[in-house]
Design a protein. Structure first.
Length: 52
């Protein structure tokens, strides 16, 4: 516990997930605001229809 994921690791993982279509970028990062990602397949399953 208390272990953090190094920034290079989580950025690489996010890029792979986006590149392979598992995550979608809802809003790009801007300045100090981080990007917002969505796991659209899971959202669509939970909603029972295509939302994203």
């Amino acid at each position: 516990m208390g272990e953090e994921i190094p920034p290079t690791t989580y950025k690489r993982i996010l890029n792979v997930l986006v590149k392979n279509g598992l995550l979608k970028i809802i809003h790009e990062s801007s300045g100090r605001k981080p990007a917002i990602y969505a796991f659209s397949e899971l959202i669509n399953i939970a909603e029972g229809k295509t939302v994203i």
